[in-house]
Design a protein around this ligand. Structure first.
Ligand code: F0G
Length: 461
């Protein structure tokens, strides 16, 4: 019989956090022009801006650091990392990078082509930016259930719509599609998983037309856990059996190790194609570092080698996914509109439903980010009108995104459920006073619209 479960670890070291008063936070917000990215981390009580590079490392990872070999070429730590990556991914060739976007850069140089389409479920910003700079045409073909912040249950809202993919191939011709990239889990719509069936079918369709498939696998273990829990035929498979099957359907994988690597820095490009490896090696030498470190120190490669193994442990994944679910369930009980079911790395609150009286052009989700920080010192991030809004190339008219959310990203092994309760209480309080909030006006956005959320400035209306 199973009793209540708690964190499958003991907390051996702690970091103090500072509490601020509401009037201090109001001043901090003003000074930051109401942009959460511009708030100093030391002034944040619970930091849910990102789950990236924020994991707590285990005692085993810390002790592995001491084994780090800092040689430039052929360093021992590289071979340990290579072994660990091969074990989890089942792919034979490995190039480390300093973080995920560096692997995206290399991957884009190889697979994104000027004037050609790159199909994805929802491309992450860093690949999209790289692709656009190369003149490629990234398109998001996530299934309709995943493209809207609706609350209907679908076990795999990160799936790619095969019909949309087939139509593009028919319409444009296979020679005009250079790659398919599946992001597991799909970050932009709630950390939603992709099923094994979908990965298999997308891969089969791509193969029929000789289009290579890449997995963007920052959150590979979380995706594998959802497959184990939700997909028929996988309940008795181990996490590693599942990860290896996922990668058996792709040619190449990129990974930001700052998420499921359980480390604070690092990235990986893994492939089964020797030619791809050779190009990746050379691009790494120019941009990252020699092929046996790619911008990572030996000690960081040691910690990542261990982290990749730990993230595949089922006790860990059960705790991880259930902590996110706990937060989601409590918010749901409080009547707060969230994307359901909750995904892998955070809870996404629907800004339009939360503040129905604030139009999208007045940034409802950003308003919620500001309110949450003001009330409780909790920092979340807007993924809506500011982050995903764009402009018509010819008329300059704004284009508003379908998804309008505030992401509460949960760091791995960092916060307890008491922290989750603080978030719930603060959001419930804001929700009960929601009529009193007005929207916001964007007063600074910088030159590149797709990057404006990082540096934007706002005024409260
Ligand atoms: N791919 C995905 C799916 C990501 O979520 C990220 C980063 C990257 C690539 C880039 O990796 O940061 O190591 O260079 N996502 C972070 C986030 C920043 O907050 O979601 P990186």
């Amino acid at each position: 019989m199973k009793f209540l479960t708690a964190e499958p670890f003991r907390i051996k070291m702690v970091e103090k956090v500072k509490k601020t008063t509401i009037s201090e936070r109001q001043q901090i917000l003003k000074d930051a022009q109401f942009n959460a990215f511009r708030i100093k981390a030391e002034n944040v009580y619970i930091d849910c801006l990102t789950d990236s590079g924020t994991s707590a490392m285990s005692n085993e990872q810390w002790s592995a650091l001491m084994l780090g070999d800092e040689s430039y070429a052929g360093c021992k730590s590289f071979y340990k990392l290579e072994e660990s990556v091969k074990d989890v991914f089942g792919l034979p060739y490995v190039q480390p990078t300093h973080q995920g976007r560096a692997a995206d850069y290399i991957m884009a140089q190889i697979y994104a082509k000027q004037g050609k389409y790159a199909i994805g479920n929802m491309h992450f910003d860093t690949f999209r930016g790289n692709a656009e700079m190369l003149g490629a045409l990234p398109v998001d073909y996530v299934i309709d259930e995943g493209a809207k912040a609706n609350n209907e249950y679908h076990a795999f809202k990160g799936n790619i719509d095969l019909n949309k993919m087939q139509s593009l191939i028919d319409e444009k011709g296979k020679e005009n599609i250079s790659v398919v990239i599946i992001t597991i889990t799909c970050n932009n719509n709630g950390g939603q998983p992709v099923s094994m069936k979908n990965i298999r079918e997308v891969s089969a369709l791509a193969k029929k037309y000789d289009i290579p498939v890449v997995l963007d696998s920052a959150r590979l273990a979380e995706n594998a856990y959802f497959i184990q829990q939700r997909e028929e035929g996988y309940k008795d498979k181990s996490i590693k059996e599942i990860t290896r099957e996922m990668f058996s359907y792709c040619e190449t994988a990129t990974m930001s190790s700052k998420k499921d690597g359980l480390v604070n820095m690092g990235g990986v490009l893994a492939t089964r194609n020797k030619e791809v490896l050779e190009i990746a090696n050379q691009l790494a030498i120019v941009h990252e570092g020699f092929i046996t470190y790619g911008g990572m120190s030996g000690r960081d490669m040691e910690a990542l080698a261990v982290g990749l193994q730990e993230v595949c442990e089922e006790d860990y994944l059960e705790y991880r996914i259930n902590q996110v679910k706990y937060l989601g369930n409590r918010l749901k009980e409080a009547g707060i509109p969230i994307i359901q079911p909750t995904g892998g790395h955070g809870v996404y609150v629907d800004g339009r439903q939360f503040f129905p009286h604030i139009p999208q052009y007045e940034f409802p989700s950003q308003r919620l980010v500001v309110a949450l920080y003001e009330e409780a010192g909790v920092r979340a991030v807007e993924l809506g009108a500011c982050a995903f809004g764009s402009k018509d190339q010819t008329t300059g008219e704004p284009i508003w995104p379908e998804l309008e959310t505030m992401r509460i990203a949960i760091s791995r092994r960092v916060y307890t459920n008491s922290h989750m309760d603080v978030i719930v209480n603060a959001l419930s309080h804001i929700y009960s006073n929601r009529d009193q909030y007005r929207g916001m006006k964007l007063i600074y956005e910088g030159r590149i619209t797709s990057l404006r959320h990082f540096t934007a400035g706002f005024e409260l209306l």
